[in-house]
Design a protein around this ligand. Structure first.
Ligand code: ISL
Length: 554
């Protein structure tokens, strides 16, 4: 397997508006990131993935871009950005930007022109269609509820938007659009940016014909209609040849609808498209028929299978990304751990999981201190457009809103967007002003400053585990095998290469459990754990205990 810097990297994801505010605006800014670079470096991170900081009307917090070449003044503008990039490079940190090229803002120059007339040179930059029987061209539903079509009176046509109506989809069929986007990518690479995370890249190629969906489950419509369109691989290969291949950079494509069947195609080295993808098989694991706002119970075997299947799918000529949360999902410890009784232990267990699997590791801001879901008292406290649209839709459908509010508590994207908890002073040291989104009140107990001073903290455990991964590149490149697919509470796997072998055991339960396997425990020596229990018995695990064992060399 070819070794590269980005395979070995630990990437720290920053959601800038919630990271660190230095102006008192209530919103994080680039200067705030600069001031925390030493902190990020201290985690052992090699790169930062920065969510969008471009000019934007912020209908979807920056995922609606009105100028791809302009850094928003709200974040400090171009000058602040140049300083950030310089300082990061001085410190040996790489910068990965967000490329949102499936859609622009409706306030982008291209769209302003496009909507003016059917003859406008920018008309075909977007997807315009005639209506059908007095309604929209198809019955498609947007990711954020409501139709994917918006009627524009001026030209009596509808334009397509998979997300909000302020995020019109670009028409990648048009070679001019592709050229524009490739030039944007080049522009940032020339500035020295080290890579792109590509937002919903799986959606850029639209279906050949626009037909009604017959699927009941939204996820089925995504997979069969919206995602992995007929020209997706052609476009990505073209992008690779036109620009990506000319730079020493990394790319990670984000993708609803990316699954085990098509995922490997995006990252197969021979095909020359992208380096990695983010699939959501583990993050949509609890979605019922109604999608994310219809959560259903799931079990550990299913969760383990996602990691095992993806490792298998990518081991011959691709590369994976290992992550358990981001700015679009609830907090990983609230989802996969036990925040009530084992917050410390389960946060550390999940850290161990992240840092001992094969693939590039992504840590979402705040997870390194075990930040949790927020559960605001009122819907008025929520800000996220997805949450609010889902709420209004549920109301329209006459759902039990008390029950639905519980779902909002567990599923809202705002769970991951509450401001970073730096210390226990007012507003957690995030801002001197009024925060754009209310803090999680548990910042009094869960914050960076407190954990800096505690050698047993989640934060210090992350540092230790990142270091451990760096000292053992078998954890990056080595083979993987799950040893207990069907077990409902334990997740046990091996990682090995020709020189070393690790056995990693996680107890996802509240009981003491022993890993039953016909293996000689004597063969392994103890390396790491998150709690100081059962150190004398390698295969016995306390609740939410995780153990890393190394095979003794003969
Ligand atoms: O968040 C999701 C489920 O709740 C995903 O389906 C998400 O909408 C999808 O992965 C796309 O996310 C990305 O593009 C969106 C933006 O709102 C997200 O923040 C971004 O990560 C539109 O640009």
């Amino acid at each position: 397997m070819k070794k590269t810097w980005w395979k070995e990297s630990v990437v720290y994801q920053i959601y800038p508006r919630s990271f660190n505010d230095t102006t008192g605006s209530g919103m994080g800014d680039i200067q705030g990131i600069i001031e925390k670079l030493d902190y990020i470096k201290s985690l052992g991170a090699d790169a930062i993935w920065l969510c969008p900081v471009y000019e934007s009307p912020n209908d979807d917090n920056g995922y609606d871009i009105s100028d791809y070449r302009k850094i928003s003044e709200d974040f400090g503008g171009q000058k602040a950005f140049d300083t950030l990039l310089d300082k990061m490079h001085q410190k040996g940190l790489k910068l990965v930007m967000d490329l949102v090229a499936n859609h622009t803002s409706d306030e982008h120059y291209w769209f302003n022109e496009s909507r003016k007339s059917k003859e406008n040179p920018y008309r075909d930059y977007y997807i315009w269609k005639d209506g059908k029987n007095g309604g929209p061209p198809t019955n498609w539903e947007s990711f954020f509820n409501g139709s994917t079509w918006e009627y524009d009176q001026l030209t009596d046509q509808y334009y397509l938007h998979y997300f909000t109506k302020k995020q019109p989809d670009l028409n990648w069929e048009n070679p001019k659009v592709r050229k524009e986007i490739f030039e944007v990518i080049e522009y940032w690479f020339e500035k020295g940016v080290d890579g792109f995370r590509m937002d919903v890249i799986s959606l850029i190629s639209k279906p050949d014909s626009f037909q009604d969906t017959q699927y009941v489950k939204f996820q089925d419509t995504i997979i069969n209609i919206y995602a992995n369109g007929p020209k997706i691989h052609q476009y990505l290969h073209e992008m690779n040849q036109a620009v990506l291949s000319k730079y020493d950079i990394m790319t990670v494509g984000e993708g609803p609808g990316i699954d085990l069947k098509n995922g490997p195609l995006y990252v197969d080295e021979k095909r020359k498209e992208l380096d990695m993808v983010f699939h959501f098989d583990h993050l949509f694991i609890d979605c019922g028929e109604g999608g994310k706002y219809d959560p259903q119970p799931y079990d550990l075997p299913k969760f383990k299978k996602v990691f095992t299947d993806w490792d298998n799918a990518l081991k011959n000529g691709g590369w994976g990304s290992i992550f358990l949360g981001n700015h679009d999902f609830s907090r990983m410890v609230s989802r996969f751990g036990n925040v009530d009784e084992y917050h410390l232990e389960s946060s550390k267990l999940l850290a161990t999981l992240l840092l001992t699997l094969r693939g590039t590791v992504y840590i979402y801001q705040g997870d390194e201190i075990g930040m949790t879901n927020v559960g605001y008292p009122s819907i008025a406290d929520y800000n996220d457009v997805e949450t609010l649209n889902a709420w209004n839709e549920a109301k329209k459908k006459g759902k039990d809103m008390e029950e639905f509010f519980k779902i909002v508590h567990s599923q809202s994207r705002d769970n991951a967007r509450t401001p970073m908890q730096w210390n226990n002073s007012e507003n957690a040291g995030f801002t001197n002003g009024t925060p754009w989104l209310q803090l999680n009140p548990n910042y009094i107990d869960i914050n960076v400053s407190q954990q800096e001073n505690d050698s047993n903290s989640i934060l210090n455990y992350y540092r230790e585990m990142v270091q451990f991964r760096k000292e053992n590149d078998v954890l990056v490149y080595g083979d993987y095998e799950c040893l207990n697919e069907d077990d409902n509470e334990l997740f046990v796997y091996r990682r090995w290469d020709k020189d070393v072998e690790f056995l990693i055991l996680h107890n996802f339960s509240e009981n003491d459990l022993r890993f039953q396997k016909n293996m000689n425990a004597e063969e392994y020596e103890f390396c790491k754990t998150n709690v100081q229990e059962h150190l004398d018995d390698s295969y016995l695990l306390a609740p939410w205990q995780t153990k890393v064992l190394r095979k003794k060399t003969k």
